[in-house]
Design a binder for this molecule. Structure first.
Ligand code: FMN
Length: 241
């Protein structure tokens, strides 16, 4: 996923897309940012991502526009009611994003109870997110019935990440209990996040990180992280055949 956060612009997205070189990719937008910058949404549609994610809003016009462009769409939800509303609005895939997650999100329910409830409530594919940074966590959500894991923090210190060196070092040494929820940096920056959606950061810093940060110990390539999460999960799941 090419993540386009609070300060995203159409120019930034265009610049990141030129670096992809033909791989399958998705784009992750923040709803209020896409509303404020219609050209950002236009660039995202025109790029024809395999998955378009727009999260943290309850106005669903974008779903029709994306479907008209032939795209598959997803959104991150924090409650089972939000999952139902998203599916009613035509969203193809739901990300059940628990309170453990890094960056912005509504910190309501933990990943496992949220995932279990959402899986029971909707008939679309469900991805699990929030605190998933280890093979064990990937195995757990797949065993519970998730179609895939949606992972952020585990990639924040990878070789390709744009994370600055001091933040990268902080991520690589932090324990899982070193995070906190805050809106302070959003207020300071003048971003219009609702008060109900703080961000999870390393305590006392604007470095986004979820509670799985304790598993992030080496700066390796994104491909190595994907391989180690999926191979490790497969080995664990094989124990139950
Ligand atoms: C460094 C970082 C940047 C993120 N940027 C975005 C973003 O641009 N758009 C978005 O929808 N979510 C973003 N997220 C949140 C993720 O989509 C997801 O909810 C979260 O990373 C999952 O929890 P985890 O970090 O514990 O894996 C970001 C998360 C992190 C850690």
């Amino acid at each position: 996923m090419v993540g386009m956060g609070s300060s995203a612009t159409a120019e930034q997205l265009t610049a990141e897309l030129t670096q992809l070189g033909g791989q399958r990719f998705g784009i992750g937008l923040v709803h209020w940012v896409a509303q404020d910058r219609p050209d950002l949404f236009d660039v995202a549609l025109a790029a024809r991502p395999a998955l378009l994610s727009v999260s943290f809003g309850e106005d669903w016009d974008w779903v029709r526009r994306a479907h008209d462009a032939g795209l598959t769409v997803t959104t991150q939800v924090a409650t089972v009611d939000a999952a139902r509303r998203a599916v009613d609005a035509g969203v193809d895939v739901v990300v059940a994003r628990g309170a453990e997650g890094g960056g912005h999100g509504e910190p309501t329910v933990g990943t496992l109870p949220l995932l279990a409830e959402v899986l029971d409530a909707v008939d679309v594919p469900v991805l699990a997110a929030g605190g998933i940074s280890s093979p064990r966590a990937v195995a757990a959500v797949l065993a519970a019935g998730a179609d895939a894991a949606w992972v952020g923090t585990a990639f924040a210190a990878c070789a390709e990440a744009l994370t600055p060196v001091p933040a990268r070092e902080a991520l690589l040494t932090a324990e899982g209990d070193a995070t906190e929820l805050t809106s302070a940096y959003d207020i300071a920056a003048g971003y219009r996040w609702p008060a109900t959606i703080p961000e999870r950061v390393l305590r006392g810093s604007p470095v986004n990180a979820g509670q799985g940060v304790g598993e992030v110990r080496r700066s390796v390539s994104a491909a190595e992280i994907v391989a180690s999460l999926s191979d490790g999960a497969e080995q664990l799941l094989r124990r139950w055949r």
